[in-house]
Design a binder for this molecule. Structure first.
Ligand SMILES: Cc1ncc(COP(=O)(O)O)c(C=O)c1O
Length: 381
């Protein structure tokens, strides 16, 4: 039976998993200080880039001896420059439980042609982390954005490992606690948790990752855009804001604004609490309704950013078209934008819960989800 439309609407219907919602205080006028039309290598540009690097260190609690660089190609660029630069000298384990992790497997097996140990799990599941040997180089995704499954912690990574861990943390950084001592390379893009712009990625290197970079030369050609060393030495400037190629200073200003905003909500702790509250509101809704479930099977692996849901009602005739119709109905009503499951993921919804999303908007949206569900059940006839 169709139900009446709820009375309250979310003030902001943006629940996309990337680019994600801008911080609540956002306004284009806040970017007025961007040094546009100037060289990014001028003093003012370099100062902004350095502030973006050091602000990242401060908010994320990255150790002083780790290097942080702003790189081209968003998170993809950062992950690929890491894999192209570092992999080869040791055995490699590739872990994947959704499409982005699977993409890194393709890179390593088909492009770099390395004889890697590949461990995969279905959407909703995670690989057996206890079986991972971190004396190998290990590539994994902290939070699988398209399945809503994250690693519960870094306990499975040995403190005295010989291998390097390369972690795609793009939908985890600024929303989850990342154990820096367990991560040798960490990457993310600005367009995710802080609601920044596309195009730029960040790479965080542990001292052991730098040691590998300075002591190992890959057998394959290295495009300039991936090169982090020159003559066997780290190119220091990259990690002080002298980017490899030209960045967008408008995107830099936008990221600086997001960092400033995150300070106003209590930094990392505040950001994590906001994401937890958002995801918690959805979990409570799922618990209260027997027609919807979390795609992540094990509660300990449930994401607090990209929450993925599936419809489980027996009356649903075609799962894929049903989920699409619910998402379309919510979009048409201006209630929730971009919440359809990722194209390669199982049918369902994916609702972004990172800290730039207000819990009041999630709470206002959920009764509408129930409304859209009932409306689509009724529409099936
Ligand atoms: C886990 C993960 N890795 C990589 C990417 C690619 O990010 P980008 O488009 O910033 O390169 C995404 C984008 O959603 C992602 O979720």
């Amino acid at each position: 039976m169709a139900i009446a439309q709820p009375a309250t609407r979310p003030a902001n219907p943006r629940f996309s998993s990337g680019p994600c919602a801008k911080p609540p205080a956002y306004d284009l006028s806040k970017l007025a200080d961007a040094p546009l039309g100037r060289s990014h290598r001028a003093g003012v540009g370099k100062a902004k880039l350095l502030a973006a690097i050091e602000g990242t260190r401060e908010i994320l609690g990255i150790p002083a001896d780790y290097r942080i660089g702003i790189v081209p190609g968003s998170d993809t660029g950062a992950v690929e420059m890491a894999m192209w630069s570092l992999l080869g000298p040791r055995k490699v384990e590739m872990l994947a439980w959704e499409s982005f992790g699977a993409g890194w497997v393709t890179d390593v097996v088909k492009q770099l042609k390395l004889d890697a140990v590949v461990k995969t799990a279905e959407y909703g599941e995670i690989v057996d982390l206890a079986s991972v040997d971190t004396n190998n180089d290990v590539v994994f995704t902290w939070n699988g954005t398209t399945s809503g499954v994250r690693v519960p912690n870094g306990d499975w990574i040995a403190a005295d490992r010989e291998g390097l861990t390369i972690c795609d943390a793009t939908s985890a950084a600024f929303a989850m606690d990342l154990p820096w001592d367990k991560l040798d390379v960490t990457t993310f893009s600005w367009q995710k948790v802080l609601g920044g712009e596309g195009a730029h990625g960040m790479i965080v290197l542990s001292p052991r990752a730098v040691e590998r970079l300075e002591s190992y030369v890959p057998a394959w050609p290295m495009p300039k855009i991936f090169r982090m060393t020159k003559g066997g030495k780290l190119i220091d400037g990259i990690f002080k804001g002298e980017t490899i190629n030209t960045p967008s200073m408008l995107a830099v200003e936008d990221y600086l604004f997001a960092l400033d905003w995150s300070r106003t909500v209590g930094g990392l702790e505040g950001l994590i609490a906001r994401a937890d509250a958002n995801a918690g509101a959805i979990h409570a809704f799922v618990y209260a309704n027997d027609w919807i479930e979390n795609l992540a099977v094990d509660e300990a692996t449930r994401s607090n950013t990209s929450v993925c849901l599936k419809f489980t009602d027996k009356r649903i005739a075609d799962g894929a078209s049903f989920a699409k119709a619910v998402a379309k109905r919510l979009e048409a009503e201006g209630i929730a934008l971009d919440i359809g499951a990722y194209r390669d993921a199982p049918a369902g919804l994916r609702i972004w819960c990172g800290g730039t999303v207000e819990t009041s908007d999630i709470e206002a949206m959920l009764p509408w989800l129930a409304w859209a569900f009932e409306a689509e059940i009724a529409a099936q006839g």
